[in-house]
Design a protein around this ligand. Structure first.
Ligand code: SF4
Length: 219
C-alpha cells in the first residue's frame, strides 16, 4: 500500500538490498531503478532496461524501509543504481531528500554525464536529484575499458563526483578500497549477485552453480 501524495510519482524499482557492503562506502541500502534507455553495450543489467518491469513503490514507503535498515543494520546511506535513476529523477529526488533528512548519505550511479545532467536537455528533475546526492558516479559503461583499480565503478571513463563534502575524504584513497561481490541464495535456491567483478571472475565464481538465474544486479 502506498501513501505518497498523488502528484509525487511512484518509483519503479527492479530490486533492493537492505544491507550491502559492495555498492559504495560502508554499509548501504541499495536500490536498483527499473528502466534505462541508455543501453550500454555489455551492460550487466539488461533485465533492468524495460520501463514496465519491476514494481512500484512510493518514495515515502521506500524511505521507511531505509530507515528501518539503518536502525537494524547501521547502514550509513543508500546507493541508487541502474537501470537509470535519473530517468525517474523527480521520484528519486524525493527519496534522496528524505534519506538525507534522516541523516543518511546518498550515492548514485548514472549512465549520463554530469554535464548532461546539468544541461538544457537534462532529464526532468535531474537538478533536484543532484542536489540531494552526496557522491555521484557518472558516465555510461564501456565494456572495452573495464576499471580494475577503483572500487564500485565499471569502466575507466566513469568519474567519481563529490557533490558534497560527505565523502570527499575518500578521494585520495579510493584505489585502496577493494571491490566486493556479494552472492545471495534465496530459500527457493535463486542466486543473485551484486557488486563488481570482471566477467572472468564471475565465471569462476559461478562455475558449478546449477542453472543460475542470471547475474542479478552486478554493474
Ligand atoms: S550500464 Fe547502466 S546506464 Fe548503461 S545500459 Fe546498463 S543500466 Fe543503463
Amino acid at each position: 500500500m502506498t501513501t505518497e501524495a498523488p502528484d509525487v510519482p511512484l518509483l519503479r524499482i527492479g530490486s533492493t538490498v537492505p544491507l550491502t557492503k559492495a555498492e559504495g562506502p560502508g554499509k548501504r541500502f541499495a536500490v536498483w531503478a527499473q528502466g534505462c534507455t541508455i543501453r550500454c553495450a555489455g551492460c550487466f543489467n539488461p533485465h533492468l532496461w524495460g520501463a514496465r518491469g519491476g514494481r512500484l513503490i512510493s518514495a515515502e514507503d521506500l524511505c521507511a524501509q531505509v530507515v528501518e535498515s539503518a536502525s537494524k543494520n547501521e547502514i550509513e546511506g543508500i546507493t541508487l543504481l541502474g537501470g537509470e535513476p535519473f530517468e525517474q529523477a523527480p521520484a528519486f529526488a524525493v527519496l534522496a531528500e528524505a534519506v538525507q533528512q534522516a541523516g543518511l548519505s546518498v550515492m548514485a550511479f548514472t549512465g549520463y554525464e554530469l554535464d548532461d545532467l546539468r544541461g538544457p536537455d537534462a532529464p526532468e528533475g535531474a537538478g533536484a536529484l543532484l542536489a540531494a546526492t552526496d557522491l555521484l558516479v557518472d558516465g555510461p559503461y564501456r565494456a572495452d575499458s573495464p576499471d580494475l583499480l577503483r572500487p564500485w565503478v565499471g569502466s575507466t571513463n566513469q568519474e567519481f563526483r563529490f557533490l558534497t563534502d560527505r565523502y570527499r575524504h575518500l578521494e585520495p584513497t579510493l584505489q585502496a578500497s577493494p571491490d566486493r561481490v556479494e552472492v545471495r541464495v534465496s530459500q527457493h535456491g535463486e542466486v543473485t549477485i551484486n557488486g563488481w567483478a570482471t566477467v572472468g571472475q564471475l565465471d569462476a565464481l559461478l562455475d558449478g552453480v546449477t542453472s543460475p538465474v542470471g547475474r542479478g544486479d552486478v554493474r
